[in-house]
Design a protein around this ligand. Sequence first.
Ligand code: A5P
Length: 234
Amino acid sequence: MELIVLSKEEMKRVAGEKAVDLIEDGMTIGLGTGSTVFWAIKKLGQRMKEGLRIQAIPTSKNTQTLAEQHGIPLTSFKEISQLDFTIDGADEINPQLQLIKGGGGALLREKLVAIQSRRLIIVADHSKFVPTLGAFPLPIEIVPFAWECTAKRIENLGCRPILRMDKNKPFVTDNKNYVLDCCFGTINQPTELHQRLKLLHGVIETGLFIGGVSCVILGDGQGAKMIENKEAQS
Ligand code: A5P
């Protein structure tokens, strides 16, 4: 038997494409953001050309542009309130299928789209699957006004917040906010940390996605493997 060994980019591609196999005619789909979702959007564009009919809501301006380039019809929450499922990437995934997201700065819209979705399908290469969250600095979207004070409040919870920059200016999200990348070290209790952060003045959203993931599709050296969340299905 021939042994196939995929590169990291190929792992992302197979994961993204496998998620698109789950899409059926007439569905409404949330489109996440990032380099793995890129492959899902590309494949979805091909399926549209072959006659698939769906509508999608993007989680960022980048994804909106990409979807338009691939001929994917977009809608909005003015028109619909429930999506059949969302395909999105992640920066870290633990065995409980809890996530760190926001490496691309789209965490707020990603969360708002995810919670309106019947199923959340996460696509990633297998290096994102980790025993515990926290090696990846946690992105936190904050109000720009008095951001220094918000950063101090977050720091008091036991981390080192770093203002995300875009060249020599603060990085600004699609919602016109700032992002702090926060190194907490190992995050043993993500739910508690998320709740404590959300209570701080100036914090808009955290990149901790706790619960709600229906399945994770991981690309590895041989192909794409699906990890179903049994609890999400019961
Ligand atoms: C965007 O803000 C993020 O949540 C991405 O979904 C996440 O960073 C994964 O992106 P990649 O697929 O590019 O690694």
